[in-house]
Design a binder for this molecule. Structure first.
Ligand code: CA2
Length: 146
């Protein structure tokens, strides 16, 4: 059976490509998932995707990944800046994970500069648009299938 990456997208990312194209681009969430799937497939990996506007749904998907996935790529959306629970879930499952942001959060409002995840992530990619997901998938696969 193929190995598997859990791709997680947090609140409001279902609106990608529909609203605020000047900040988040014109690609849709479906485009993001297709790009992640293509990138993973080149290396023989599958992608399981979850997007939710509800923190508990994201936590449950992360817990389920503990025994069912090999690594996680996550854009936690605004939960990046607020959620100790997301941090605890990700450290609790002990899988390598990449934190991805479409925009350069460091060039935006002060409250977006703090992340509850970055110091426990394997790596962080900001400001590369949807290409950030491509690199993140490729790099987490390097980490789990060197
Ligand atoms: O840059 C990113 O990827 C963010 O994670 C996006 C979050 C934001 O809260 C983070 O600070 C940075 C917001 C996602 C909202 O996505 C939308 C997409 C289109 C229209 C409206 C919201």
């Amino acid at each position: 059976m193929n190995k598997r990456i859990l791709l997680v997208n947090g609140p409001n990312l279902n609106l990608l490509g529909v609203r605020e194209p000047s900040t988040y681009g014109t690609d849709t969430l479906d485009d993001v998932v297709a790009l992640a799937e293509r990138t993973a497939a080149e290396r023989g990996f599958d992608v399981r995707h979850v997007q939710s506007n509800h923190e508990g749904v994201l936590l449950d998907a992360i817990h389920a990944a503990r025994l069912e996935c090999d690594a996680v790529v996550i854009n936690p959306g605004a939960f990046t800046h607020t959620s100790v629970a997301l941090r605890d879930a990700l450290t609790g499952i002990a899988l390598p994970f990449a934190e991805v942001h479409l925009s350069n959060v460091h060039a935006r409002e002060e409250f977006r500069h703090r992340s509850y995840l970055s110091d426990v992530a394997s790596f962080v990619i900001v400001g590369a648009g949807i290409r950030g997901y491509e690199f993140a998938v490729s790099r987490v696969i390097d980490l789990v299938a060197p």
